[in-house]
Write a protein that binds this ligand. Structure first.
Ligand code: ADP
Ligand code: ADP
Length: 230
């Protein structure tokens, strides 16, 4: 198991969001987390990625606790072994596509030229090489999200956390981004946690885990049961 969660509980004030979630991911696995709005998907992926601390329970990456790490250590993890991609790619508006993709490498100390070369190569792999010198505001939402995916993958994370990565896109653009995400994850052996409220999208994953009211919904079973016995 590359990533495990045991008994995750998280509330916002009096509102319970997670009420005891246990799961495990094998290296290279693509897990879709589905369920209706408000069931706890975002809270779960934020806990797994070390963005949010659970009130109870544990998150382990390669057997090491993530949830007990300091904020600084968790943010370091997110610049290294973990990659994150959100609904709106949150590209830096003032920077070109290539600069956006190069940014995580430069923050990690890679030289400008080497970072640019890597960024161009990732833009190419995502079919948006021609956008290298354009700014986010000059390209479509689907193109922006492909640039954001390049930026999430340029550091070659071992786990990619994608929270509704196609939520702001039309069907075709969404399919393209997901197609790239799945293909590149397979090529790199990247483990993926993909949150979506669209059941169709879950078809891209190896396994689907459905949440309902903050717990894993076992009524649908099917592939879901494998996720429970982590
Ligand atoms: P999903 O991603 O499945 O829509 P969330 O994890 O965003 O679910 O939310 C789970 C529950 O927690 C919902 O009832 C939601 O309203 C609540 N919630 C999420 N974030 C907050 C917050 N920052 N403050 C208060 N309640 C929140
Ligand atoms: P998602 O599309 O991931 O389900 P939401 O619309 O549930 O996103 O939440 C968007 C943002 O608003 C998140 O940061 C979440 O934590 C916050 N949020 C969600 N529900 C509430 C709530 N009831 N009160 C305050 N903040 C919330």
């Amino acid at each position: 198991m590359i990533l495990q969660a045991r008994g995750l509980v998280r509330s916002y004030g009096a509102t319970p969001a997670l009420r005891g979630v246990t799961l495990g991911l094998a290296e290279g696995e693509i897990l879709a987390v589905t369920g209706p709005s408000g069931c706890g998907k975002s809270t779960l992926i934020h806990c797994l990625a070390g963005i949010l601390r659970p009130d109870a329970g544990e998150v382990l990456y390669l057997g090491q606790r993530v949830d007990t790490l300091s904020e600084a250590a968790r943010s370091k993890l997110r610049r290294g072994a973990f990659g994150v991609l959100f609904q709106f790619g949150q590209l830096v508006a003032e920077l070109t596509a290539a600069e956006n993709v190069a940014l995580p490498l430069m923050l990690a100390g890679t030289g400008r030229r080497e970072a640019r070369t890597a960024a161009l190569s990732w833009l190419e792999r995502l079919g948006v090489a021609e956008l290298a010198d354009q700014r986010p505001g000059e390209v479509s939402g689907g193109q922006q999200q492909r640039v954001a995916l390049a930026r999430a993958l340029v550091t070659e994370p071992r786990v990619l956390f994608a929270d509704e990565p196609t939520g702001a896109l039309d069907t075709l653009a969404g399919e393209q981004v997901l197609g790239h995400l799945v293909r590149l994850a397979r090529e790199q052996g990247t483990t993926v946690v993909l949150v979506t409220h669209e059941p169709r999208i879950a078809g891209y994953a190896d396994r689907e885990l459905t949440l309902r009211d903050g717990v894993i919904d076992a009524t649908g079973m099917g592939l879901t049961d494998k996720a429970v016995g982590a």
